[in-house]
Design a protein around this ligand. Sequence first.
Ligand code: SAM
Length: 281
Amino acid sequence: MNETQWFTEEVPGAESAFSLKYKKKLHEEQSEFQHIEIYETEGFGNLMVIDGCTMVSTRDNFFYHEMMSHPVLFTHPDPKRVWIIGGGDCGTLKEVLKHRSVEQAVQIDIDERVTRLAEIYFPELCESNNDPRAELKFIDGIKWVKDAAPNSVDIIIVDSTDPIGPAEGLFNEAFYHDCFACLSEHGMLVQQSESALYHMKLIGEMRHAMSSAGFAHLQTLFFPQCIYPSGWWSATIAGKTSLNQFRELDSADKRFDTTYYNVDIHRAALAQPEFFKRAIA
Ligand code: SAM
C-alpha cells in the first residue's frame, strides 16, 4: 500500500506551512539557476516548485496570472507593448495576449528550463506561446531592463520568484529606476508583492523603492492564492501617471474569458485593509 506523501512549504518567520498531498514526483532537476520540482498532486493537478517554494498549480494559477495582468492592462490608457520579467510558466503571457490592443508581449525569464518544463506539465498555460505577438527571451531581466532604450515599453510585469537568488535584484530601487527609464509616458510597472499578512515589511520597502525611483503613483491590489504563504497574495502597480481610475467600461465589456477577473473583482481588489493603510501611511 502506498504511504500518503505530502509536499510541504514551510514559511520561516510566520511559523506556518502549506501542504499538498501528492501521487508522485514527476520531475526534479537542478538548472543553472535554481532547483525545480514537478509533482502530480491529488487535488491541485500538477505543481511546480522552485527552490522549495510553490510556484504554479494547475488548479489555482488563474487567480495569480489574471490578477498580475488584467488590472494593470485595464488601468493603462492604451497598452501596446508589454514585457513580462520572469513568468517562465507562460501563464501571465497567455493572459496578456487576450488583450487585442497588445501588439507585442515579450517574456524575459532567466531560466529556459522553467518554460520547457511548463510546456510539458502545464501545456494549457503555454497555448499562446506561438501567437505572432509573443516573444520568449531567456536572459536576466535585470540586464534586459538596464540595456533597454527609453520609451521602449508601456507595461512591465514582474512575475518573479521571491526576492532571494536570481530574483533578488528585481526588488530594489536600481531596478525600478531602470524600469522607469524605459517605460513610455503613461508607463506602468506591476510586481507580485507577496502577502500583506506575512511580508508587510517587504511591501513597505518595495513601495518606498518604487517611489524613490520616480513612480509617483502606487496601488497595491489583493487577491486569494491558496498555494502561496498565508493564502492571500498581492500585486503592486507603480505608475508614472495617475492610477486613480481604470478603464471600467472596457473591463466590463472585455471580449475574452477569465476564471476570476471581472470588473467587480477589479474594484474589490483595490479596497485597502485598515492595517495595510496604517502600515503604508
Ligand atoms: N508565480 C510565481 C510566484 O509568485 O511564486 C512566480 C512564477 S515564475 C515561474 C517565476 C520566474 O522568475 C522563474 O521562472 C524564474 O526563473 C524567474 N526569474 C527569477 N529571477 C529572474 C531574473 N533575474 N530575470 C528573469 N527571470 C527571473
